[in-house]
Design a protein around this ligand. Sequence first.
Ligand SMILES: [Zn+2]
Length: 214
Amino acid sequence: MALHLKWFTFNPFSENTYILYGDNKECILFDPGCSSASEENTLSTFIEEKQLTPTRLILTHAHIDHVLGVKFIAQKYKLKLEMHIDDLPIYESAGNVAKMYGVPFNQGPQPSNFLDEASKIELDGFSLSILHTPGHSPGSICFYSRHNNFVIGGDVLFNGSIGRTDLPGGDFDILSESIKTKLYTLPDQTRVFSGHGESTLIGNEKLNNPFVKA
Ligand SMILES: [Zn+2]
């Protein structure tokens, strides 16, 4: 028995949207970035074909590329939005940012539940712990499954790179500290599923990441 993770790469920013599901068919949606009818259809078709029941809608952080599909998912599956409170200002400014980039955007619902390291994420008998990893954005959080050996990491750590720190609320020293204390302390074989690009292993990044050394 294990959890299953499916991802789609959506929208002009090539953002990874994750669907985490159990053998019991319940699923959690992370960072829905679907931004067109065809991307919405791709996501909902997968959910239908697998006969999944979405139970939670969660953000690793609230940058525009990670929230483009929030309204669609929240409405279609009647889900409340959950995120870290420190990214609320970013979430609330998403409409303006979308205008700046010229991407179509419908503002989703206000978050109904704020997550922090004390929050519990349960799925099909497994629990994920939450790591608060600010630096790319103040409210960036990662979701770690010790049993399944993975972390859904948002834009904190990438395969061979790290999240940018030049956006509002970003800070390289804070990001570096988050990566060293919260991610590089996980077992080397932990697979990191990031908000962009290919997955990687903690052990690989500790050895090879050019931006943050272990
Ligand atoms: Zn981001």
